[in-house]
Design a protein around this ligand. Structure first.
Ligand SMILES: NC(=O)c1ccc[n+]([C@@H]2O[C@H](COP(=O)([O-])OP(=O)(O)OC[C@H]3O[C@@H](n4cnc5c(N)ncnc54)[C@H](O)[C@@H]3O)[C@@H](O)[C@H]2O)c1
Length: 282
């Protein structure tokens, strides 16, 4: 297949990589030249790590040959499937989906990797809504096998089944969720992260002790604040805003500490600063 990915950030890079690993030809699009340069290096590094662990059958160079990094959606004309993975902002996703559906064939499957925005709302920006659905991957995409598949009211059964088969063929293990804010995962995860941030904000415990509680007490591999840094604090903030607006319940309201951190450029692991300090990869 020819697969397009729009957005070369944390998720787009991983999505492009797993399709290329499975033998598909991939075009990854981003408006930022820095994001495209970093994506090339990051995917090559990830493939080298997988090669060392004996997890890929081809060399990283052979897989990289199937990945093109480009700056315009115009180059997606011949794609069989396109996944949108741009910022979690409604207007940016709507514009992006409009331009994708104006260049691809009428039967090209279009998926959005949105974490929280309504698939029915997004489907309004796609010509032929029946070929559009939510395909929500998990970070880091090459490692996490889960994908949430989320149909809109218009998604055809054929597109749903084809998408599931494609995802299984690239090594993913999907679950189905109705289109409801946060689907399954973020509806449950975001209130946990929110409470962890409030526990820190209220001076009840340090980030290290909050995370230790979940690692040692609940057997989570990462505590909620470590996980928030890993997901991206800006991404968590955007998801909470959507959940708060759509459910209208205070249990989803983004904490002020989170807003202050994001306003101040503390995006977590990717920016070097979050609840913890990190070395930033360039
Ligand atoms: N980070 C996570 O753990 C995670 C997990 C699952 C889903 N998601 C979702 O995936 C999507 C992307 O998240 P991310 O963490 O990769 O974000 P990110 O900030 O790392 O990357 C987004 C990329 O989109 C690019 N972009 C923005 N507007 C664009 C446009 N019009 N055309 C092309 N590229 C454009 C940006 O330059 C950036 O490189 C969001 O919808 C997010 O909610 C994120």
């Amino acid at each position: 297949m020819k697969v397009g990915v729009v957005g070369a950030g944390t998720m787009g890079r991983g999505i492009g990589q797993v399709f290329a690993q499975a033998g598909h030809n991939v075009r990854i699009i981003d408006v930022s030249p820095d994001a495209l340069n970093f994506a090339r290096k990051d995917i090559a590094n990830s493939l080298e790590r997988l090669e060392k662990k004996g997890k890929i059958k081809e060399t990283p160079e052979e897989i990289m040959k199937r990945i093109e990094l480009l700056n315009s959606v115009e180059s997606l004309e011949e794609m069989d499937m396109v996944i949108e993975a741009v910022f979690e902002r409604l207007n940016i996703k709507q514009e992006t989906l409009k331009s994708i559906s104006s260049v691809v064939r009428d039967d090209t499957i279009i998926g959005s990797n949105t974490s929280s925005i309504s698939i029915d709302v997004l489907s309004g920006s796609v010509k032929n809504r029946e070929r559009f659905l939510g395909i929500h991957f998990f970070n880091p995409v090459p490692v996490m096998s889960l994908v949430e598949i989320v149909p809109s009211q218009s998604t055809s059964r054929d597109v749903l089944e084809k998408s599931r088969d494609i995802l299984v063929s690239i090594g993913k293990d999907p679950v189905f969720s109705k289109n409801f804010p946060g689907f399954i995962s973020n509806r449950i995860l975001m209130p946990l992260i929110r409470e962890a941030i409030l526990t820190y904000e209220q001076g009840i415990a340090s980030p290290a002790d909050i995370d230790k509680t979940f690692r040692l007490g609940m057997n989570h591999p990462m505590g909620p604040l470590e996980l928030a840094d890993f997901i991206g604090l800006d991404v968590c903030y955007d998801i909470m805003e959507v959940l708060y607006r759509d459910f209208g319940e205070p249990s989803f309201k983004p904490p002020i500490t989170l807003k202050n951190m994001v306003d101040g450029g503390y995006f977590g692991r990717k920016s070097g600063k979050g609840f913890y300090d990190y070395e930033v990869k360039k």
